[in-house]
Design a protein. Sequence first.
Length: 183
Amino acid sequence: MREEAERIRKQAGRELRRIVFTEQEIQARVAEMGQEISDAYRPDEEILVLGLLKGSFIFLADLVRKIQRPLQVDFLVASSYGSGKESSGRVHLLYDPEASLEGRNVILVEDIVDSGTTLARLLPLLEARRPRSLEVCALLHKRLARLDREPRWVGFDAPREFLVGYGLDYGENFRHLPFIGSL
Ligand code: IMP
Ligand code: MG
């Protein structure tokens, strides 16, 4: 256990309060989610998986490899957090997908739903592009807010702590950790 703690400290560069989801737990759940998503579409139905950068990049990379349907990948960049731990409440779209959404089955992939502001601002913008279907898949959900539209797929209910790792950052650090920890 001491060795494990030391390895984590070296990889993280500082002390984490605790590990919330281990690499094995995440991998098992992501595989399940890939199956759930595959089952929700007909075998010949194409999906456009839209990753919300940067936080979703590792989750998305693992998830799409577990989806057994024809699919394409594109990304959106929105920022609501700046570099700290508190949401600024504003959402800026810094990059828009090249792909047209019209008539397509779109899945927006988000790392974590916190206040829900990002989704609340983004979904109407995407809906306006007339996709055939639009669903949200979030790895983590803090269940803080009542959303008009809940994500169809959620990996884990998250504790109300500041989480890092597996794509999640604090000031751009810790995204590379293969597990999710609490600062
Ligand atoms: P929301 O708009 O408040 O739901 O926040 C969504 C975004 O804030 C996520 O996509 C994350 O990038 C960031 N975020 C929220 N909570 C955390 C956290 O605990 N750790 C790291 N990033 C977070
Ligand atoms: Mg972030």
